[in-house]
Each structure stands twice: as C-alpha cells, then as structure tokens.
Design a protein around this ligand. Structure first.
Ligand SMILES: [Ca+2]
Length: 565
C-alpha cells in the first residue's frame, strides 16, 4: 500500500502539505506573551462559580453538564450565531484554536521525521515540515495514566494517590476541584473537548459506577464541554465509548456490568477458552473477558451494540474530532485529541493492514498518521489552519510485546522505536519518557525547523497560558512552568523511581526493582540499587554510569529530586 495515499488520497483538496507557506515571524522558543494583547480578566475563582458565574461573558459559550451531543451541537449553533452578532466569536489572533494530539505509546523513533524506517508517516512529516520538530521533550511518566495526569493538571503524578496505570473501573483521578488545561481554555471562552483515549478514571467512586446511567463524575467536571472517550484503554474493560457521561450507543437490551475482582456467572473468559481470541491472541495477561475476539484485562458483561470494534476505533475518534471542529468552527476551541493508536491491542482497520513492514504495530502507526491527516485536512477545509496551534506528542515511550501476539518483536526489523535511546515504556531510561513533539502555528513558529530545548509536558498548562496571554488562578498547575524557565525535567518510571535530567546529566535514583519489566516486554527498567549518573552529551544511550567519578553532580541532582518529591 502506498502510505502517502492514506493521507492525501482521501482529501486531495485539503492536504496539509499544500497551499501553506507560513511566514517565519519567530521561532517557537522565542514566542512571547507580549505577542498577545493583555488578558481579558483574571480567572481565579472557584469551579462552581466559574462555570456559571454571572461575571462570565456570554460569549464564553458554556454548556450545561447534562446536555447530549445533539443539544451541544444546537447550543453551539446558537452560541456561534450570538458570537457572530457580538463580534467576539471566531478564533482570533488573541484566541487561536488549540489542538493537542496525544498519541499513545508512540516512541521517539516511531515517526518518519524522527527516523522511522519500518513505516511511513507522510501526514505527520508534513506537519513537521510546517512547524517545529522538538528533539528533547519528556513525558512526566513512562506510562499513560500518570503522564496524562500531568499534562492535564500541570502537577507531578506522585503528588496524587491513584495515578498509577488505572483500571477501567477507577474513579476519576483528577478531582473536579483541580484546575485543568481544559479550564484554562474554558475560562477564556473556548469550546473544549476531550476525544479518544481517557484512562484517567470516571465516576466519583472506584468500582461503584453505574454504566447504565449517567456517570456522576466525568470530564465535564474538569472543564470539557464535550467528551467522546474510551472509558480507560483498549486492553481494559469496559469496551465502550463514553459520550458526555453516558455510554455511547447504549444498548438497553444488554446492561453493562464491570468488575476487576471477579467474573460474572456464565460469562466466558480467554483463560478458560483461548479459542475465543479469533481476532488477536494474547501473549501474556489479557485473558479475562473477551470482546470482539480479543482478550482484555478485567471482567465485563453486556454492552451489546455499544461494544466497540477495535478496527473501527480510529475512525470513530477521527469522525468525532472532525465533527467537534465543524460544530465549533465559528468560536475558538481547544481539543484534547488522544488517539488509541498505537496502544495494544493493535488491531487497525483493514485499510492499514500491510501499510508498514512491521505488522500490526507499524500498521497502527500508519493509522495514527492517517488520523492526523484526517483531522488536519478537516481543519484546512474549515479555513482554520492558519489560526490553530497544533501540538502533536506522545504520552510515553514505546513497547513491542505488550500482551498481545501481534508479532511486533519479530517484525520490527531495523526500526528502532526509541530511536537512539535506551529502555522503553515503563522504564527509567530515556526511552520511557522521551517522546516526539511537533508544534505547528502558522506565522508564529518557524516552519521546517527543529529545537533541542529541554521540555517537560508538565509545562503545557502554564506555557500555553503564557504564550496566549491567559491568566492562571492562584495555585493552579503547581509544578507547571513557563517552558523557557525550565532547566531540568523529572521523570517517573512505573515503579515510581524518579530520574532527573538537565541538558547534560541524567540521574536515576536507587531502586530495588527488577532489571527488566517482569511481565514479558523485555524492556530494561533502568532500576539499580546504586545511584546512576549519565553524561547524556557524550553517552545518550545511558551505558556508562559515572556517579562514582562525579559524586558532587550526582548528589546535587539527588537533592533536587528530594526537594520536589
Ligand atoms: Ca501510553
């Protein structure tokens, strides 16, 4: 299959690669709040008053919590009309749209513009040619839940209990009282959406969700006007999308029950009958409930027509993302678009089978690339590309065998998912948290450029506030900094081992954990009982521990970790 057609074949008139020649006003690292007009107003008010405050201008377009998708669409139309009349509606130089595309488990070396050889990513590469390609960006953690917690709250995950990889029946991990990235935009009048993988818990109580009615806590309590999300992650039950707090396409003939403690009487499991995995077999774990011929973690019953088909997930996410942009094209919007790709189970649409030389994992990357192209094409067709800040990144490093027999290891060939880095998902080594990041902002950042600036995703909240001239309330995003002021980044491995690195040195604190991830991925954890110090300027692969010969440096970095723990 010609991978380029996956991107441009469907949308030739609106290709992100054609018709754009952004002027080079200044590079992203030099962009500054002075670029923007003075913030409209302070937003240091409580959530309850913030949401429905009489002080909130009408043009801010808030939607009540319990509206459905169609009502939101209607509300959006009404608001859009009102905004057009008031002249404060459409995104503007002061209020550009912001599209944050977050891939799942996409490694530093998994994109063409970062050196991928096993798969082509023409859409992402085109985005890179129109923006800045960052080469030193770090997730706060090497797994999804804590990494995403930091992105949305601007707070390190170890400050909050329950931020480890969440079960599908975890209660919502971010408290409604916490300030989020969505709140930042909502307070400024943006329409806000979370679409795709969530994996940050739902409902007020773990294990107490009633999946057959409206959940009592969901992303609408975190500043998102609209959400269409996977309840957790594709390898965990419940295997349904949640739209505005309720199961999408809910099937009343098949009530949903979920447990992570025990199976439901009479329900089959993959452990008992491996032949049920007619779509994709498991390599380790993932042997409890079976949905769509694929074993999962956790037990569920029911779902009926609401159950997703893995091969359609990317399309569902792309369609809802494009629909949201269309419905809100006449007002500024912030969309948190978190793809399911390339997390396991990797089971892309037939359209992408064979698109790479790496089997299902590579094909899932091709599907991710298509999603990017689809969304950017929609942005183009709406005439919004010139006034939209696009950020594309990943939540943590890559893994090959993550529990399914998708032959990712056998077929990887000369492709290196982590690029030149050691370790991978779960790891304290750089491959765990170093991720790609591309920023496109026509006329504001240098097209086709790259930057080695050290960046942490925990800084998205404050940096976006500063760049856009938006205020943050007192106490919001306690660990989030203006990215230009960051001198070091902190990284959390899956056993909570902390590492700290600056532009040259990387310190990994002592850990009693195993040297490789114990459940079959083969990934080196980077855990050692002694302190580790690496000179990344000379040794980016973290092969020579120089802690003994540079004790003062090791000690100073260790002290910073302890101060921030
Ligand atoms: Ca992830």
């Amino acid at each position: 299959m010609d991978a380029s057609k996956l991107c441009f074949g469907h949308f030739p008139k609106h290709s992100p690669i054609f018709g754009k020649n952004p002027s080079l006003l200044r590079a992203f690292p030099e962009a500054h709040a002075d670029f923007w007009r003075k913030p409209l107003s302070a937003s240091g008010i409580s959530r309850s008053t913030r949401r429905f405050s009489a002080k909130t201008p009408l043009c801010f377009g808030h939607f009540p919590k319990h509206t459905g998708g169609s009502l939101i669409g209607m509300a959006a139309s009404v608001v859009a009309s009102a905004l057009a009349l008031s002249g404060c509606g459409r995104s503007s130089r002061e209020t550009p749209n912001v599209l944050l595309i977050l891939a799942d488990d996409l490694g530093y070396g998994d994109l063409g513009c970062y050196g991928a050889v096993g798969v082509s990513t023409p859409c992402v590469d085109a985005l890179s040619s129109e923006g800045v390609r960052f080469t030193n960006v770090h997730a706060t953690a090497s797994t999804s839940t804590p990494s995403r917690y930091s992105i949305l709250t601007g707070e390190y995950p170890w400050r909050k209990a329950g931020t480890d990889v969440a079960a599908g029946n975890a209660g919502m991990i971010i408290s409604p009282s916490q300030y989020t990235l969505a709140d930042l935009f909502k307070a400024r009048g943006y329409a806000t959406a979370a679409i795709g993988k969530w994996h940050l818990g739902l409902g007020s109580q773990t294990g107490e969700q009633d999946w057959n009615s409206r959940l009592d806590e969901d992303p609408s309590d975190l500043g998102f006007d609209y959400h269409y999300i996977m309840a957790a992650t594709a390898d965990r039950v419940p295997c349904v999308f949640i739209e505005n707090g309720s199961v999408a396409s809910y099937d009343p003939s098949a009530p949903i029950e979920v447990s992570y403690a025990q199976n439901f009487p009479g329900e089959p499991t993959l452990r008992d009958d491996p032949s049920l995995a007619y779509n994709l077999a498991s390599s380790h774990g993932h042997d409890q409930s079976v949905v769509n011929g694929i074993g999962r973690i956790g037990y569920m019953k029911g779902g009926g027509r609401a159950l997703w088909k893995d091969e359609n997930i990317a399309d569902s996410i792309a369609v809802h993302a494009c629909r949201f942009m269309e419905q809100h094209s006449r007002e500024p919007f912030f969309m948190y678009l978190a793809t399911n790709d390339i997390h396991v189970p990797r089971f892309p649409s037939e359209r992408f089978r064979g698109a790479s030389s790496m089997g299902l994992r590579g094909d899932a990357i091709a599907q991710f690339d298509w999603t990017v192209g689809r969304v950017l094409s929609a942005l183009d067709s709406l005439g919004l590309s010139d006034n939209t800040l696009v950020i594309l990144t990943s939540d943590n490093g890559p893994v090959l065998d993550d529990g399914y027999a998708d032959r990712a290891e056998e077929l990887v060939g000369s492709h290196s998912p982590t690029g030149h880095l050691r370790g991978g998902k779960y790891s304290a080594f750089e491959g765990g948290t170093a991720v790609p990041m591309i920023v496109r902002w026509p006329g504001r950042v240098a097209a086709g450029s790259s930057s080695e600036r050290l960046i942490s995703q925990v800084d998205f909240l404050r940096s976006l506030a500063v760049l856009l001239g938006f205020d943050l309330p007192e106490g919001a995003g306690r660990d989030s900094r203006d990215y230009r002021q960051r001198e070091y980044v902190l990284e959390q491995a899956s056993d909570h081992t902390l590492s700290l690195r600056d532009s040259r040195w990387k310190y990994i604190e002592p850990s009693s954990g195993p040297e490789t991830v114990p459940w079959g991925t083969g990934i080196e954890t980077g855990y050692r009982p002694e302190p580790q110090l690496y000179d990344l300027s000379a040794d980016p692969h973290e092969t020579l521990n120089v802690a003994a010969s540079h004790p003062a440096i090791a000690d100073s970095l260790f002290r910073i970790i302890n101060n921030l723990r």
